[in-house]
Ligand binder design. Structure first.
Ligand code: UD1
Length: 338
């Protein structure tokens, strides 16, 4: 079966391409390389022994999207990662985010609506829950007003798919709401490649560990949590990649209960910022330089998943611990800085 992976050279996309190829799927990647390197193809090929097809294409160009689907009539499913993901940048450039994240989604869905059967997996985020009222967070928790245009594109994206599935019965779709993806492939052939100063915790930790950053700023230690720092659910990127394959199979095999479904993808375990630092220190044997600074605007106190639905319905469960995932992130950081 042939699967289109948009954004397939990115962090989560590349790991998902590896898992798809390991499971015998043929993969064609679309990426505009705006936030990814073509060299990632070499990493994927090294790990799987198979080079995926690749087209460098900007999905904002509607006619090119239509032309792509004309040339690839045999595509059975689409996993749509291609999107901009920097929360701060989205506040500065809202239209860029709406065009990149919403415009491209609409163009792809329009093409899929023309097919007799189409399976579609959407990259969503736990950001749709905002500060949820109860922990752990189930899929039934209400969607809260978005804090940023980025967050809004994930909410709107889900609504667009939901509305479309209501009237297009040939379209089968799943939104996966990721908690905090981290880590790298155990081979250290692919991993996270943040452009510029990392905004996310784990790449900032490993870059500080390697000496690229002076010290980590911990954003706030006066939250109502056990050690005062924020709690997140850090999910290993390979576990997350596998969730995509399982979700896709559910659609391809017609196992889905409804033609639009939503699943949380996390470990179910919350870890504080200080616990993440301790994990790094354990697996690297290095002391991490950090200081406590003020809270970061827009941060929620805690967010961790109730994974019951994914566990029971998809038969998927996160397998890696925070330490194992942190070790993979550290191995990757050391390799790329060599
Ligand atoms: C952020 C986004 C989320 C998005 C995700 C993508 C916000 C509010 N949320 O999640 O919508 O889906 O990235 O990866 O921006 N931290 C530090 N120091 C740092 C960096 C982070 O203390 O230098 C802390 C943060 O305060 C937070 C935790 O580490 O408590 C995780 O932060 P981060 O990796 O940025 O992820 P989120 O904010 O959870």
């Amino acid at each position: 079966m042939k699967i289109l992976v948009t954004g397939g050279l990115g962090f989560i996309g590349s790991h998902t391409v590896v898992e798809l190829q390991n499971e015998g799927f043929d993969v064609v990647i679309i990426d505009d390389c705006s936030n990814a390197d073509e060299k990632v193809l070499e990493g994927i090929t090294k790990i799987t022994g198979k080079q995926p097809q690749f087209e460098k294409l900007d999905l904002r160009e509607k006619s090119k999207v239509a032309d792509f689907f004309q040339r690839h009539k045999d595509i059975d499913g689409v996993i749509h990662f291609a999107a901009s993901k920097a929360v701060g940048e989205s506040v500065e450039k809202p239209l860029l985010y709406y065009e990149n994240n919403i415009g491209t989604l609409v163009y792809i869905l329009k093409e899929l609506c023309e097919k007799n059967k189409a399976s579609f997996i959407f990259s969503s985020s736990c950001t749709v829950y905002g500060q949820a009222d109860e922990m752990p967070i189930t899929e039934d928790a209400p969607v809260k007003p978005a804090e940023s245009p980025y967050g809004n594109t994930k909410q709107m994206g889900e609504e667009i798919i939901y509305d479309t599935c209501k009237v297009v019965s040939s379209l089968q779709a799943i939104s996966l709401r990721y908690f905090n993806p981290m880590g790298a492939h155990p081979s250290a052939e692919i991993g996270e490649l943040p452009v510029g100063v990392p905004q996310n915790l784990v790449p900032f930790i490993t870059q500080t560990g390697i000496g690229l950053r002076e010290e980590l700023s911990v954003f706030g230690d006066d939250y109502p949590t056990q050690d005062g720092t924020c709690i997140r659910d850090y999910i290993y990127v390979v576990d997350l990649a596998k969730a995509h394959v399982v979700a896709l199979r559910r659609l391809l095999d017609g196992q889905n209960d409804k033609n639009y479904e939503v699943f949380n993808v996390g470990t179910g375990k919350g870890s504080s910022v200080l616990e993440a630092i301790q994990s790094f220190e354990r697996v690297s044997g290095e002391k991490l330089k950090y200081k406590i600074v003020g809270r970061r605007k827009g941060d929620v106190v805690e967010a961790y998943a109730d994974t019951t639905k994914a566990n029971t319905t998809l038969g998927w469960k996160a397998e890696y611990t925070l330490d194992q995932a942190m070790k993979s992130a550290w191995d990757w950081e050391q390799k790329i800085r060599k």
